[in-house]
Design a protein around this ligand. Structure first.
Ligand code: PLP
Length: 384
């Protein structure tokens, strides 16, 4: 493993920001009181978790008591769907999309095994939803619609305001998995008829294993985890204090740096793509290049096995992700690229590069020397 890595896998996880870690440290060392404790030592900790509610709420444009801290995106997604179904016992139908994260899709599969029905709305070749099709999928027995704000693999952004308005008109709960959107694009819930929104700390430079669920104060709610009265009775279990405090700080940093960082990160991503497209033949962008997160680039390198590129990049210290996954020994195109009807060979030659706060122009220069060299070499070998 090279001493220095170039990390282009920020949609998978991000480095904890040093300022986040600094705020977390006292709660891993000296400030170990339980925020639910009845002494002043615990009350100081409670003040810090209250502040975290305020900071995350400020990032989302909502009220602090609409934030429920969880163990991450997966728990938030599961909780939202669970709650919507619990609060509408006569309705057993869920509408979602074919490009959701498995935290939604596999939970839906589990719900089907418990007798629910799920309609999975398809996307087109650019990864976009047809809103008319989504509308048609909503039935009188639909309890909840779950549509992600931005896709983790392609970065494609979905028309949240329109989907939320549609759900309001139809009188169904609306949940959005905003795990990839929060911290990468402006998210303002004020005035949006969204009932639930999921976010995850480790995607925005906070710790792994912490996240939040926004629960609109007007939404009827049933917790998934039942026990103590934490998080206003909406998520039982002693708070993961250090990580919650860190998530609060990460939210504050995201808010103050969003605009400037996005311009910088977008220009890195755009230079990366335009250079590769100019230097190499047969490279294509997966997902609508115009309606994407500023940091994500999902590219197909025609005729080359993406796993081979990934391995070579890894040997040279460059981290990215496959557009396919290895299940029981065989490489399967990712469900997102398959949902976009990309041919299997294109999906198998696809890699996701996701830029972030700590990437530099100098790193990009290096990647733009390494990656074309690897692709050309692999193409020569394939042609020999
Ligand atoms: N939803 C999306 C869109 C994601 O990208 C991820 C993580 O990759 C998750 C949910 C799950 O989040 P967590 O890892 O915090 O459980």
């Amino acid at each position: 493993m090279p001493a220095e890595i170039i990390y282009l896998d920020n949609n998978s996880s991000t480095r904890i920001d040093p300022e986040v870690l600094e705020e977390m440290m006292p709660f891993l060392t000296t400030q170990y009181g339980n925020p639910s404790g009845s002494h002043r030592f615990g009350a100081q900790v409670k003040e810090a978790t209250d502040r975290a509610h305020e900071r995350v709420a400020a990032l989302l444009g909502c009220q602090p008591n609409e934030i429920v801290f969880t163990s991450g995106g997966t728990e938030s997604d599961n909780t939202a769907l669970h709650s919507a179904l619990q609060m509408s016992p006569e309705r057993r139908h869920i509408v979602t999309t074919s490009v959701e994260h498995n935290a939604v899709l596999n939970y839906c599969d589990a719900l089907v095994r418990r007798g629910c029905q799920v309609t999975v709305v398809p996307v087109d070749g650019e990864g976009h939803l047809d809103l008319a099709e989504l509308e048609q999928a909503i039935r009188p027995e639909t309890a909840v619609v779950s549509v992600m704000w931005a896709n983790n693999e392609t970065g494609v952004i979905y028309p949240l305001a329109e989907v939320a308005e549609l759900c309001r008109r139809k009188g169904v709960f609306f949940h959005t998995d905003a795990v990839q959107a929060v911290g990468k694009m402006p998210v303002d819930l004020s005035g949006l008829p969204v009932h639930f929104l999921s976010l995850s700390g480790h995607k925005l430079h906070a710790a792994k294993g912490v996240g939040a669920l926004y629960v609109n104060r007007k939404a009827r709610f049933q917790p998934l985890l039942v026990g103590g009265p934490q998080e206003g009775g909406r998520r039982a279990g002693t708070d993961n204090v250090a990580s919650i405090v860190g998530l609060g700080k990460a939210a504050e940093l995201a808010m103050s740096t969003l605009e400037e960082e996005n311009t910088r990160v977008r220009s890195l991503r755009d230079r990366f793509e335009s250079t590769l497209l100019a230097e190499l033949e047969d490279v294509s962008v997966n997902g609508d290049p115009r309606g994407r997160l500023p940091n994500t680039s999902n590219l197909a390198f025609r005729g080359v096995d993406a796993q081979a590129i990934l391995l070579k990049l890894d040997q040279e210290g460059v981290c990215c992700s496959l557009g396919s996954s290895c299940t029981t020994g065989s490489v399967q195109p990712s469900h997102v690229l398959r949902a976009m009807h990309l041919p299997d060979d294109r999906a198998r030659s696809s890699l996701r590069f996701s830029f972030g706060r700590f990437n530099t122009e100098a790193e990009l220069d290096q990647v733009l020397e390494i990656l074309p060299r690897i692709v050309r070499k692999l193409r020569q070998l394939a042609a020999a």
